[in-house]
Design a protein around this ligand. Sequence first.
Ligand code: GAL
Length: 343
Amino acid sequence: MSGKKGLAVWAVVCLCAVLTGCSGVKQEEQPKSIKIGVTVYDQYDTFVSQLIEKFNVYAGEKETETKTAINIELYNAANSQTTQNGQVQTMLEDGCNVICVNLVDRTEPTSIIDMAEKRGVPVIFFNRELVEEDLERWDQLYYVGAKAFESGIMEGEIAAEVFRSSPGADKNGDGVFQYIVLEGEAGHQDAIVRTEYSVSTIIDSGVEVEKLSYAIANWNRAQAQTKMSQMLGEFGAAIELVIANNDDMALGAVDALKAAGVRQDQWPVIVGIDGTDVGLEAVKNGELAGTVYNDKEGQALAMLNLAYELSVGGSLSKLALEDGKYIRLPYAKIGPGDVAQYE
Ligand code: GAL
């Protein structure tokens, strides 16, 4: 398949195709198999890859439950919107019943929407939210994700709580929380909104803050380590708080502190978002003060259920879509005491 269009297929997952044993009227109405196309902006993104892992697990369970074979064609766009557009075209030519798209550039969904509409194939966008006007362009477009502002508020609440409850957080004792921000991609809804709401929540809760610096690290641990090392070089112990837009970048800050030989009791307070496996581990061992759970299970299950119903022509009523188009899962705060529930 990859040779066909020179596009790299990340994986074609053919979940167990056992179709026997189903009797009765329903069998004739139910398709024997469906094909779901999925393309992700970057298969090496920790959160997105964990979400896809869950999606595959839930597809396997759905297959057993419904006796419908669910074939998943999975592509990595490797950060190129042009590549992703080509992948969608291939998935449409391959007869996918529905396409799930984790856009590379959330402002560029037009080609994908046009191609899908021409063939009448519904599209579920996920994790990287397009603007409402684009989602309104056709009635077979959907979005599965979360409310970015909620995660920013929770991250700010965690930071403010630590400032109030741990005397060591205000290292210079001036009553002000000096912070830096490690931001995701420029222009990504989660980066913009999380940064804004985390800081405004700390201020609204009555904690005075001072911004020392910020850096864009594209959700990436290695990039965050580099940026944090530079900021450590410039501000050193003056940094009291690291607000990271996700766990991988928070862990990049941890890596930089370790590489600089700073003792853990001298570290700034570090907060993240996602609750990835590595993020949870870091909360448990005290490297991160806390994180905010980005419900990859909930999002993966909602996407699978929606993709399934769209593929078999089922009812969407039990999926509780907002405005007929959106499914947004809630976030949750995670401190050291909560980690066990999420592992
Ligand atoms: C965010 C998530 C980040 C990154 C990003 C990719 O929701 O918190 O870790 O995965 O999506 O779009």
